[in-house]
Ligand binder design. Structure first.
Ligand code: SF4
Length: 64
């Protein structure tokens, strides 16, 4: 049974706050000039690496 408010969790939980902060991204996404508009798939990063802030392994772009 859920006890926490879903909206509050989405807005305030440290994990969700980190997911909305492009400066927390790692790997190629972390140094990509498009990270504030793209940011990559956080779900794919988590599925592939266990780290939701890792680079998106499905992206072929190589930032400078
Ligand atoms: S998914 Fe690709 S284009 Fe998007 S931020 Fe990451 S490296 Fe940049």
């Amino acid at each position: 049974m859920r006890t926490d408010d879903l909206v509050q969790v989405y807005r305030e939980h440290p994990l969700f706050l980190s997911l909305r902060d492009p400066d927390r991204l790692g790997g190629r996404c972390g140094r990509c000039e498009f990270r504030t508009r793209c940011g990559g798939s956080r779900a794919r990063a988590y599925a592939a690496t266990g780290d939701p802030l890792a680079e998106d392994p499905g992206c072929v772009y190589e930032p400078a």
